[in-house]
Write a protein that binds this ligand. Sequence first.
Ligand SMILES: Nc1ncnc2c1ncn2[C@@H]1O[C@H](COP(=O)(O)OP(=O)(O)OP(=O)(O)O)[C@@H](O)[C@H]1O
Length: 316
Amino acid sequence: MDHPAIEILDVGRVFTESGKNLVALDGVSFTVGQGEIVGLLGGNGAGKTTLTKILSTLLLPTTGTARVLGADVLRDPTAVRARQSVVLGGDRGLYGQLTARENLRFFGMLDGIAHRSLMARLDSALEEVGLAQAADRRVESFSKGMRQRLHIAIGLISDPRVLLLDEPTVGLDPVEAARLRASVASLRRSGVAVLLTSHYLLDVEELADRVVMLDKGRVTHEMSVADFSASLGYTATVVVRGSGAAPAQERFRPTGAVGVRIEADAGGWQLTLQLPQWSPAVLVGLGEALGQARIEGMEVLPARLEDAFIQLQAQT
Ligand SMILES: Nc1ncnc2c1ncn2[C@@H]1O[C@H](COP(=O)(O)OP(=O)(O)OP(=O)(O)O)[C@@H](O)[C@H]1O
């Protein structure tokens, strides 16, 4: 039978500390399909780590259940562990004196992978994360990004169908972060499902198909990345900088803008328009509205997941 990669069914988790109950998760339900990448979002303390721990069988749910490819975390934790990997990353857990290949072999052995299949998987796991050229270098000479990619290779060595990925690009420079995102994107092509927890919304925006947002232990939003960004009510922000007299705000009403802001400073003025759609007709309308205004520069920025996250969080 074709099970979803992850099923979370009415999961609750209560921690008891000094006689007081703290509800970390409260009736959380959602699924992740096979080969799907879902971003798990939420502010500090929303319950993301607790949920990841439950899925990785490190913590039991107080109520409800969770399944990984049909295996129940309560009844069959061994099968759950065999079907998925958790990649926490960071500096922990790698052996600097060993090469990337040796680290991978070591962790594969710990995972109980048979020698022959382990040897057969080493090269493809290193290849998948772009470390084939560095396979025989000691890990102590690796950059943070290479270490992070090695963590993912270790997660992949058991050939899991589900990967729990926590903050994969934390501390990486933009080039390394982009490389790492490319490695994760290639997992989708090989059908691995990923639950991606990240405060770096660019990771989620680029990689995820869907977003689940938690707040105070409850799911507040669950939608596609496109719908999440569209929940802002606009798809583009146009910023126009000019000098001389600023145009009047009401001139921009015909453009259909949902937000119009004009700020003046010593150097001139800046107009910010939030538009439901950016089209040639809107560009013409904008030109007419600007009239004789002296334009120094213009930028069109697509609506960002980050803006939607901040707005939705403020509303909950
Ligand atoms: N072992 C524990 N004992 C008591 N309370 C805990 C424990 N683990 C988590 N909590 C509490 O449960 C709530 C959810 O925490 P959790 O770590 O899951 O949030 P998070 O979304 O991962 O946050 P962050 O983004 O800061 O990592 C928080 O209020 C936290 O203080």
